[in-house]
Design a protein around this ligand. Structure first.
Ligand SMILES: Nc1ncnc2c1ncn2[C@@H]1O[C@H](COP(=O)(O)OP(=O)(O)O)[C@@H](O)[C@H]1O
Ligand SMILES: [Mg+2]
Length: 150
């Protein structure tokens, strides 16, 4: 894993803006993992990203649905929350492995709580780590992770 960049935000709005700007630079076939505690800002990052793709859809946490899909923007976004899963096998039974086959990926994937499904995300991806520095301050670090089949 190699760090790409790190930025500190001072509000929910600023974190969304980072997501929004990132959306302007990537196309389909990209996977992002989101690492950080509950309330770090993972879902708000995705909110900004979806907005950056030109969609006005309401982004909410996929805690119970496991997967939310946003298709009104320039590129479809598949937003996972693996919090309620406890193994790679469980995710595979739900067919989620097909979202980590970059060549056949029709959109952009975000995964909250990738730790819950260790081994599932074996493709190259970008890890977004969000650390809570204080109530409104977050450190966001992007790193690239090279996968088994690139
Ligand atoms: N700099 C910041 N970036 C993102 N969220 C922030 C920030 N400061 C405060 N917050 C608050 O933290 C919470 C983040 O919630 P959410 O995005 O659902 O987190 P997660 O998905 O990581 O559990 C929101 O209530 C948001 O208003
Ligand atoms: Mg969340």
């Amino acid at each position: 894993m190699e760090e790409i960049l790190s930025v500190v935000t001072n509000s929910e709005r600023e974190t969304m803006l980072v997501g929004e700007k990132l959306a302007k630079t990537v196309g389909k076939g990209v996977v992002f993992t989101l690492v950080g505690d509950l309330g770090a800002g993972k879902t708000h990052f995705v909110k900004g990203f979806v907005k950056g793709l030109g969609s006005d859809e309401l982004v909410s946490s996929p805690t119970f649905t496991l997967l939310n899909v946003y298709e009104n923007g320039l590129v479809p976004v598949y937003h996972f929350d693996m919090y309620r899963l406890s193994s790679k096998e469980e995710a595979e039974e739900l067919g989620f492995n097909e979202y980590f086959d970059l060549k056949n990926l029709a959109g952009i994937v975000f995964v909250e709580w990738p730790e819950q499904v260790e081994g599932l995300i074996n493709c190259s991806h970008i890890q977004i780590k969000i650390e809570k520095l204080d109530d409104n301050k977050r450190k966001i670090t992007l790193s690239n992770v090279i996968g088994e089949n690139k």
